[in-house]
Design a protein around this ligand. Structure first.
Ligand SMILES: Nc1ncnc2c1ncn2[C@@H]1O[C@H](COP(=O)(O)OP(=O)(O)OP(=O)(O)O)[C@@H](O)[C@H]1O
Ligand SMILES: [Mg+2]
Length: 281
């Protein structure tokens, strides 16, 4: 089982969109995927239709019990794709966690529960774009951290400073110290202007200053209306935009490249829905 946490100290960069679409693609490739909505604003919980209108439990139970029980998991309408919904609209969980000495590790240990370990091939955790105890717990639960970064100068600066602060705070020897998974930055929502390209290459150079703790993926997710459209339709973007006119690659191509880069053993594996469409065509 491989665990990814999608993290950014800045809000609105595309974390939820990335988590949902990557999870849905991996599920369509045949992996058993569990999404975890660790944002108190439950956007990921609402992203895809659920198989039930009223989940029996969710993140609160996971964090408070320190265990993932079967009722904490809700199926989506998509095969192989389940979710632990966020059910803390008042935002009590971060406060509850702050008073726990094991706050950094509660989610990590919870994911060792039999309902998760052995039952899923991949866990993807979405977080809130800020710093706090829930984000720390999500970071410490991951094997790999994925961080979308938009190539505007302010966002790029915020990424470097915010990420440095996060990694320093959680690295071994610090109060919550643990070995952190490698962080992979994804240049996200890149538009076609030269300016965005220059800033993107600047971001790559800046990583030397992050002491090699962060690498930048080769896959770049462009700014494209397909991502918003797919979110409105509540379908995975790789199904929504399979082919595209023009130079920019389709969302289907981009998402496959991203999945292959993050999990190299999947190289060359395509989503079942895409293979079926090809057979029909
Ligand atoms: N590749 C893309 N191209 C264009 N728009 C996008 C793309 N990806 C996401 N968006 C849009 O950007 C907005 C923010 O995305 P999203 O909600 O995923 O960000 P977030 O980082 O999860 O935000 P928050 O910090 O509030 O949780 C949404 O309206 C989404 O539809
Ligand atoms: Mg979000």
């Amino acid at each position: 089982m491989i665990k990814f946490t999608v993290i950014s100290t800045k809000g609105g960069v595309g974390k939820t969109t990335l988590t949902a679409n990557l999870g849905a693609l991996l599920a369509d490739m045949g992996l058993r995927v569990l999404l975890i909505d660790a944002d108190v604003q439950p956007s990921l919980s609402k992203y895809f239709p659920l198989a039930t209108s009223k989940p029996s439990a969710g993140l609160t139970e996971v964090i408070v019990r320190g265990e993932v029980t079967v009722p904490c998991i809700t199926a989506t309408i998509y095969q192989n794709l389940d979710i632990v919904v966020s059910d803390d609209p008042e935002g009590n969980l971060p406060h509850w966690l702050l008073n726990r000495i094991d706050r950094g590790f509660r989610l990590r240990f919870a994911l060792q529960s039999p309902a998760v370990a052995g039952a899923y091939d991949c866990v993807l955790i979405d977080t809130q774009g800020a710093i706090g105890p829930l984000q720390d717990a999500a970071v410490l639960a991951a094997d790999i951290l994925v961080s979308p970064i938009t190539p505007e100068i302010l966002s790029a600066r915020e990424f470097k400073d915010g990420t440095m602060e996060l990694l320093d705070r959680l690295e071994p020897g610090s109060a919550l110290g643990a070995t952190l998974g490698p962080m992979k930055a994804v240049i996200y929502r890149q538009d076609r202007t030269a300016d965005a390209r220059v800033i993107a290459s600047g971001i790559r150079d800046d990583f030397i200053k992050l002491k090699g703790r962060v690498s930048v993926l080769d896959t770049v997710v462009p700014h494209a209306k397909a991502y918003k459209e797919a979110a409105t339709l509540r379908i995975p973007v790789h199904r929504h935009e399979r082919k595209r006119e023009g130079v920019a690659p389709s969302a289907c191509t981009v998402m496959h490249q991203l999945a292959w880069e993050l999990i190299p053993s999947l190289q060359g594996v395509y989503a079942e829905s895409i293979r079926m469409q090809e057979r029909i065509a």
